[in-house]
Write a protein that binds this ligand. Structure first.
Ligand SMILES: [Fe+2]
Length: 876
């Protein structure tokens, strides 16, 4: 691998490169000149942060031409660096070639993406340079540009050499280094490139001081100390997450913003209107046209003016839906958005197509949402017990349900369950004893007690009024689950020393008991949707991945095989997490407004992090831990599912196994034995820093892999890729399809079950729908909530899915390219398997009473709200 052999193949990007090669000129000319092609993007089309100055479509051809001529000439220079000969004056560095400049724009429009420009380039063959392994670029132009690729054609004896850059180049960066798409372990780096490799990592690590600037690329760690706004008063103060035993948390990217005047430990926040400018290393900023870019603005818009404007649009009770029919109006006809001065001003500033996207309005100003899949085929099947239970296996949070291993269920905080639970369960076991049913693995539990109970007293002092819930279910002969009982638990009003108040409810169809059963199911959904958003989604995917991104960029060179393997799975995550800190998870942010734990939201996720364990994020380990699978060498993937028809696990194991095979094929190509893993200095620094800094609050946990063997490396990388791609997709993209219809998945509850003898209690028997709607999320917050989950559930037009890469020439090594192709083929087979299973009536949990096929782990997708598709990374 130390041999610098350039790729001869144009096959990896058959259409693109072949065409570019033709038009850039064929190969080395007789006079010693090597033709090259530089592809870059200009700033404007990709910069979506300024709505008013964005050039969208209109007049783009003209802009291309003007920008093209601006960039050609002396303003941008490249100097190639030898991969074989060192500089006579400095033996640690490869010899530098003479500066060359961008020539005229090349007409290769057929193979360029919108906004891209191509320039020809002439590199003068110089025997002392020999084969270039890197180049240095200087931007003396007045504004930044996005350098995508540089390709040298027909370098004698080597053929084509690709430099995959994908990076913003600013005048303020002085100069930048880019390497050819070769892969080297640190010890195998050609000597002339070693120093450049080290220096580039030093640049990315920075010196840990100062406030980061827009053009910088520094990756560093910080605590979550930027969620509070102390100057607004105690209501806007939250604990610092990370760096303490009480509040352990993964690290976030450091921005270096100054501390607040009120508290030197709290980082000051950007004003709301500048939220989109929060620092993330420049290449982590959304560089493409994404819906994600609109997130902050959309949420802000909804909160600030859509909600007040929509007030009073539903008849009878202000601020309430009266019945389910009324809710359906927001999907069917829409409701009229009242214009006010603010809306009119916004309308003047924002292009109408963006406005429609942001406000979900049609041209007449009607507020309208797409019909969520869960009510598309059947408007009332969501209310059945079967669907309620099915969503624990095939819904948006299928990673909580456990097989009951003993009764009372093991609870850290309270080992005793309510004795009524035993009675209700035994009534429904068809003659089995409870112990027999446990032995046969027929009983399951959805238990939110331990997570919620420490916070419940505090939560119920806010506008939220709710219970901690435990749901017991049994597996029926037809493979579906049936809820047996729901336990609703409250802290004792007189204090914890008096125990707690627990009541068990059993299924009922009619009368007051029927309504109470509906309410009990709603409290379970409320518990689960809060757990889902804050723990399954935010903590267990978004937050835990960020330290891996930071450590990878600080410790693994772009030449390192593991950097090349993981990099696509980190795209846009720091950016979306940065926005989330500004808009969603901050004190008073949209999440606190729309999920029941309110101001305790992030603290609850912090408590859950105490129990997070990296190896348990592997799907097989997770299933075994929850008792949902047992090891069985004779079963597919070595595991036997306790519920055979568990759609998330069935599809998940296929995807997990495909990722693992791909990672094994890839890693085994570079590491021939365990010693090579142990002796890889960058890899060892990466893993040490990840454990000690990135996840530093858990650094002493015994479960961390030691990173001493190839198997540990494979397992680690498989987990990272699984979490960033498939797990996030399964948790994220069903949010609107299931939760866009609030009664199915309410995120809040604002009253407890009414006391017997009160008029509210009597209403339970007379107006069932109203009783539920008076309990769950109120109308206006429902609109905010579904606006948010709609945005979170969409795929952007430039999404890159599992099995795809945005740059075909991401490596020059043929065997990994072939293994990656095999991975893509395997994913296509999995797609077909999912289609087949969804249409096979045997698998009842895959469609359920709502007739909604399980597609959340279907790898590819179209743009928009599709309820399927596994993007490579957490980008929304
Ligand atoms: Fe997400």
């Amino acid at each position: 691998m130390a041999d610098v052999t350039a790729t001869k193949s144009v096959a990896s990007n058959e259409n693109g490169n072949k065409k570019m090669k033709c038009e850039a000129g064929e190969g080395a000319c007789e006079d010693g000149r090597i033709r090259g092609l530089v592809v870059l993007k200009k700033k404007k089309v990709t910069d979506f942060t300024s709505f008013t100055s964005t050039v969208v479509g209109v007049g783009r051809g003209l802009v291309d031409k003007v920008m093209g001529h601006e960039l050609a000439g002396k303003d941008v220079s490249l100097q190639f660096i030898s991969a074989v000969n060192t500089d006579p004056g400095n033996e640690l560095r490869g010899k530098l070639g003479k500066p060359v400049h961008l020539e005229d724009p090349v007409n290769t429009s057929a193979c360029l993406a919108p906004g891209e420009l191509a320039f020809s380039l002439t590199h003068h063959l110089d025997e002392e340079i020999g084969v270039p392994g890197a180049f240095l670029v200087k931007n003396n132009h007045h504004s930044e540009f996005y350098l995508k690729t540089v390709t040298l054609e027909d370098v004698p004896g080597h053929g084509q050499i690709h430099f995959v850059c994908n990076s913003w180049v600013y005048p303020a960066q002085h100069y930048r280094i880019f390497f050819a798409n070769k892969t080297y372990l640190p010890s195998e780096t050609p000597a002339p490139l070693s120093k450049y490799r080290e220096e580039e990592l030093e640049n990315l690590r920075g010196d840990g001081t100062g406030e980061r600037q827009e053009w910088e690329r520094v990756y560093d760690y910080a605590y979550y100390n930027d969620l509070s706004e102390p100057h607004k008063g105690p209501k806007y103060v939250r604990p610092i997450l990370g760096g303490s035993t009480d509040h352990p948390y993964p690290r976030r990217g450091r921005t270096g913003r100054p501390p607040t005047k009120e508290d030197p430990n709290v980082e000051s926040r950007l004003p709301i209107l500048q939220s989109l400018s929060i620092y993330v290393p420049r290449d982590e900023r959304f560089s493409h046209i994404k819906f994600s870019d609109l997130l902050a603005f959309a949420v802000k818009s909804v909160a600030h003016f859509l909600i007040p404007a929509a007030e009073g649009q539903f008849d009878r009770t202000p601020g309430e839906f009266d019945n389910f029919q009324e809710i359906l109006k927001i999907y069917e006809g829409g409701i009229k958005l009242q214009k006010n001065q603010f809306i009119e001003r916004i309308m003047e500033d924002i292009p109408s197509e963006l406005l429609r996207e942001l406000l979900r309005t049609d041209s007449d100003g009607f507020l309208k949402f797409p019909t969520p899949q869960v009510i598309k085929e059947d408007k009332s099947a969501w209310r059945t017990d079967e669907e309620f239970a099915r969503e624990m296996l095939a819904g948006v949070d299928p990673i909580v349900i456990c097989c009951l291993k003993e009764f009372p269920s093991k609870s850290k905080l309270n080992p005793e369950n309510n004795p009524d639970m035993r009675v209700y369960i035994e009534e429904n076991l068809g003659g089995r004893t409870l112990d027999e049913a446990i032995e046969e693995k027929k009983l399951f539990i959805l238990d939110h007690y331990d997570t919620l109970m420490p916070f419940l007293r505090g939560i119920n002092t806010t506008s939220t009024k709710t219970y901690a819930t435990r749901t017991l279910l049994c597996l029926k002969e037809d493979g579906t689950l049936k809820p047996l009982a729901i336990e609703l638990i409250l802290p004792h009003p007189d204090g914890d020393e008096f125990g707690e108040i627990s009541k068990v409810h059993k299924p009922a169809k009619d009368g007051i008991e029927g309504t109470i059963w509906d309410l009990a199911k709603a409290y379970v959904s409320v518990n689960d949707s809060g757990y889902h958003q804050l723990i399954s989604h935010w903590l267990k995917t978004h937050a835990v991945i960020e330290p891996f991104i930071i450590a990878t960029n600080r410790q693994l060179s772009v030449l390192h095989p593991i950097h090349k393997l993981l990099h696509p799975h980190f795209r846009d995550t720091m950016s979306i997490n940065g926005f989330a800190r500004q808009i969603l998870i901050s004190a008073g942010g949209a999440l606190e407004m729309t999920v029941f734990p309110a101001k305790f939201s992030l603290e609850m996720s912090c408590a859950a992090y105490k129990d997070w364990a990296f190896p348990e994020q592997a799907l097989p380990a997770d299933l075994i831990k929850r008792g949902m699978a047992v090891e069985d060498a004779n079963s597919r993937h070595g595991l036997r599912l306790v519920i055979e028809d568990y759609p998330f696990a069935v599809d998940g194991l296929e995807i997990w196994s495909a990722i693992e095979t791909w990672v094994r094929d890839y890693c085994s190509f570079y590491y021939k034995n365990d010693e090579m893993v142990q002796e890889d200095t960058e890899l060892q620094s990466w893993w040490k820093e990840l454990r000690e800094e990135g996840h530093g609050d858990l650094k002493d946990k015994p479960w961390w892999p030691k990173m001493q063997s190839l198997d540990e490396l494979i397992q680690t990388c498989t987990i990272i890729i699984w979490v960033a791609s498939a797990l996030h997709a399964a948790i994220n993209f069903g949010q609107y399809p299931y939760g866009g219809y609030l009664p199915n998945r309410p995120a809040m509850s604002r009253r407890l079950i009414p006391e017997e003898g009160t008029p509210e209690y009597e209403e339970l028997g007379t107006n069932r729908e109203k009783a539920l709607l008076k309990t769950i999320t109120p109308q206006l917050l429902s609109l905010l909530g579904i606006s948010l989950v709609e945005i979170l559930s969409k795929h952007s037009p430039d999404e890159v899915y599992l099995g795809q890469r945005d740059t075909p020439d991401w490596t020059g090594d043929e065997a990994p390219l072939q293994a990656f192709k095999k991975f893509g083929k395997r994913l296509e087979e999995i797609e077909q398997r999912i289609i087949d299973m969804n249409s096979d009536g045997r698998w009842r949990n895959r469609v359920g009473p709502v007739k909604m096929p399980y597609t959340l782990l279907y790898p590819s997708s179209e743009v928009g709200l599709t309820g399927k598709g596994i993007p490579n990374s957490i980008s929304i």
